[in-house]
Design a protein around this ligand. Structure first.
Ligand code: ADP
Length: 726
């Protein structure tokens, strides 16, 4: 460009604008770069001295730009165009530097925060060390490490724990995972790897006395426990069977298991399995899950703190399985002496030796327990108690304990035997003694209120005078220097309570029973009231709560010959009803339920059979004979005897088959005030278990065929019966 050209361009206002813009931009870029690299003001001088268009060329030459951009720069001959392009490039460069700076700042900010904390912590530690203040107690990890060392872990587990500890030490407490790792190591350190209760020399006689003093009756069961203990005495590491106490609630299963622990001098831990559906409840969750926990067994061992406790697996029949696995299969491993040496809890993730634990299980019923599990246990059945047994348990064990729990004793409250009997008859109808204990506790509470009130109401002045005066007088007579206020008080505290004791044993009577426990809940008239019409019979059933009396109601109505069944019935009991119906229809003429012409009993009518109470599910074949009796009563319009209850399965041909739970059923009938019980003939042998006191108050009738049952169930026998010609 010639000089004049140059001058001309420089006059151009557009060029002036552009060059000003470029300079400003370039200035900014240089300041940013200077800030970063701390170079002196050399470039700035350049900016002032060199003409703008040359400056643009210098700048562009120093940037890293693409080949195309370089070409296009060379290609631009016009000054303005070149300047514009250069401005653009400078701007781009500036922007990219800014973005990069922003990012670095952000990263630096984050880093420096944790670095700062780390630094501060290090400093704090150093300061503490300087001050001699570095108390290890404060140091969480050091405490943990010491605890772990003391836990006596087996070498392989110790190695694993060490590794985990090293990881923990590298972590900051705020870091995710620190806490879970800490909790895990805490568990490892707390678990009793070696710690065991000292097993003292087993004294069988003492164990027997202990069992006897804690439990009334249960002779056979106590005998079996003593046998079990004797074997353990002779061979301490014997892998005896796992005892499983089966019986209704409140018959003393848990307390027997705890007595075993006391007899062996071991600690006792109870693990409730009721409602456990998830395998992880037994075996723990893997640590990868948030909120993972060890299983109940490991948790129980941690709680009890020794590796050889007596562990009660309570309600083993109440475990169920669903999509989350099968707890029973995990229990199989626990109870198998071959496998439980290396029990693997998912959370713990290292094997734990369960072989030193003595397992005892309880269940209400045997049926729901999976057979493989049952196979590993020895079932000991505890049937319900008779009223006499309950009375004895109450007088010897429950009343003293209940009084003690309420801060009372026999000087304050007396519950006569007759009243306990009334409580048993009128307020509880159960196989065990739990409700009985509850009712006795209610009486004790009421008594506690009265005694406490009376203590207030005692006219102090009168009693004090009466008791204290002779003492005072004798002192005064001796001429001793007596301070009047002190002596009477000192004497009186003792004497007042003495006076209370003499004057106020509260004796429970019938009126108090009604006041505290309400009107009687059960009476003997119930059966008579309920069998007021034909079509109703009394059966005996067996539930998880022991024996029960079960009414069966049948009625007929206009219909098309259908059979309706209600009362939450299972498949087996429904089939029993079908069989009963068929049997009665097949013998309608023989039983004189229908005339010779009208042989179809269901002609123009429906039959409905109901099992109250409707809300409780029922199943099983033992209602067979009861169903037939109800139907015969309905069709013949004759009432069944109110004093008779029955149980038994019936075949299609009318044979009566034996059923289970005879002792519980007979006891239930006895409690209900029933006088006659019809049982299958082949159940005769089971009567040996029924206490003779109960048997003597009942008339037991044995039946081989359905006709035998009917013969006994109706007043004056079954007059319409024709002897079978078969
Ligand atoms: P379960 O485990 O069978 O449901 P528990 O062992 O909890 O029943 O017993 C309930 C209560 O009844 C306990 O307080 C227990 O001491 C008492 N008990 C049960 N049977 C007897 C008995 N034969 N002698 C003394 N107390 C008994």
């Amino acid at each position: 460009m010639t000089k004049s050209d140059m001058d001309q361009v420089e006059q151009d206002p557009e060029f002036v604008m552009l060059s000003r813009q470029f300079k400003a931009m370039a200035m900014e870029l240089i300041s940013v770069l200077e800030q970063k690299q701390k170079t002196g003001g050399r470039t700035k001088v350049l900016l002032e001295t060199v003409p703008v268009h040359k400056l643009a060329d210098i700048f562009v030459a120093s940037f890293e730009i693409s080949f195309e951009e370089q070409l296009s720069m060379l290609d631009s001959v016009d000054l303005k165009v070149r300047l514009l392009k250069a401005t653009e490039l400078v701007d781009r460069h500036l922007q990219s530097i800014r973005v990069a700076e922003k990012i670095t700042q952000k990263v630096e900010g984050q880093l420096s925060k944790s670095q700062k904390e780390f630094l501060l912590r290090q400093q704090m530690r150093a300061i503490k060390e300087e001050l001699g203040d570095n108390d290890d107690e404060d140091d969480d990890v050091a405490t943990l490490e010491r605890k772990m060392k003391a836990a006596g872990m087996p070498p392989n587990i110790w190695k694993h724990a060490q590794r985990e500890l090293r990881r923990l030490k590298k972590m900051q407490p705020q870091q995710p995972g620190y806490n879970s790792s800490h909790v895990y190591l805490d568990l490892l350190a707390d678990l009793p790897w070696q710690k065991a209760s000292e097993e003292h020399e087993l004294d069988l006689k003492a164990a027997k006395d202990h069992l006897d003093s804690d439990h009334y009756g249960l002779v056979k069961i106590k005998h079996r426990i003593i046998e079990y203990l004797a074997v353990r005495k002779l061979k301490p590491d014997a892998r005896g069977p796992v005892l499983c106490f089966v019986g209704p609630p409140g018959v003393g299963k848990t307390s027997l298991a705890s007595s075993i622990a006391t007899a062996l001098g071991r600690k006792f831990v109870r693990i409730s399995l009721g409602g456990v559906k998830d395998e992880a409840d037994i075996r723990g969750h893997r640590r990868t899950y948030i909120g993972s926990m060890p299983g109940r067994l490991i948790d129980g061992l941690k709680r009890v703190g020794v590796c050889n406790p007596v562990m009660l697996l309570d309600e083993i029949d109440k475990t169920g399985s669903d999509v989350r696995g099968d707890p029973a299969s995990a229990l199989l491993e626990v109870l198998d002496p071959e496998q439980n040496k290396t029990f693997n809890d998912h959370y713990l993730n290292v094997p734990y030796d369960l072989s030193k634990v003595i397992f005892v299980a309880t269940a209400n019923r045997v049926q729901p327990v999976p057979p493989p599990l049952l196979d590993r246990m020895e079932v000991i059945e505890l049937p319900g108690y008779t009223p006499e047994e309950k009375l004895n348990i109450a007088m010897r064990h429950l009343i003293p304990r209940v009084l003690d729990q309420h801060g009372l004793n026999f000087d304050f409250l007396q519950i006569p035997e007759a009243m306990v009997k009334l409580v048993i008859q009128r307020y509880t109808r159960e196989a065990g003694v739990r409700n009985l204990e509850r009712n006795l506790a209610a009486i004790a509470r009421a008594a506690a209120v009265r005694v406490a009130e009376r203590e207030h109401a005692i006219p102090l002045s009168k009693d004090v005078q009466q008791i204290a005066s002779p003492l005072l007088e004798s002192r005064l007579a001796d001429g001793a220097d007596v301070e009047m206020e002190i002596i009477p008080m000192g004497v009186n505290n003792h004497d007042i309570s003495q006076a209370l004791r003499i004057t106020s044993p509260l004796v429970v009577d019938e009126a108090m029973l009604e006041k505290v426990l309400g009107p009687p809940r059960y009476d003997d008239r119930e059966t008579a009231d309920r069998i007021a019409t034909p079509g109703i019979s009394v059966g005996l059933v067996w539930t998880a709560f022991g024996g029960e009396v079960q009414f069966v109601e049948a009625t007929a109505m206009v219909g098309k010959g259908d059979l309706h069944l209600t009362g939450q019935l299972g498949d087996v009991i429904k089939e029993s009803a079908q069989i009963a119906m068929t049997w009665v229809r097949a013998r309608a003429t023989q039983l004189k339920l229908a005339t010779a012409e009208e042989t179809n009993l269901l002609e123009g009518r429906d039959i409905h059979i109901h099992f109250p109470a409707g809300a409780i599910p029922k199943d099983g074949p033992s209602a067979g004979v009861t169903l037939v009796t109800a139907l015969v009563s309905l069709f013949s319009q004759r009432k069944v005897r109110t004093d008779t209850a029955m149980t038994g399965e019936m075949t299609l041909r009318g044979s009566v088959l034996p059923v289970g739970g005879i002792k519980d059923k007979v006891l239930a009938a006895h409690q209900y005030g029933i006088k006659r019980v019809i049982l299958p003939e082949r159940n005769l042998k089971d009567l040996a278990e029924v206490p003779s006191a109960v048997l003597s108050s009942l008339e037991i009738l044995l039946a081989k065929q359905m006709e035998d049952v009917l013969e006994q169930a109706f007043e004056g026998g079954c007059p319409w019966r024709q002897h079978s010609k078969l």
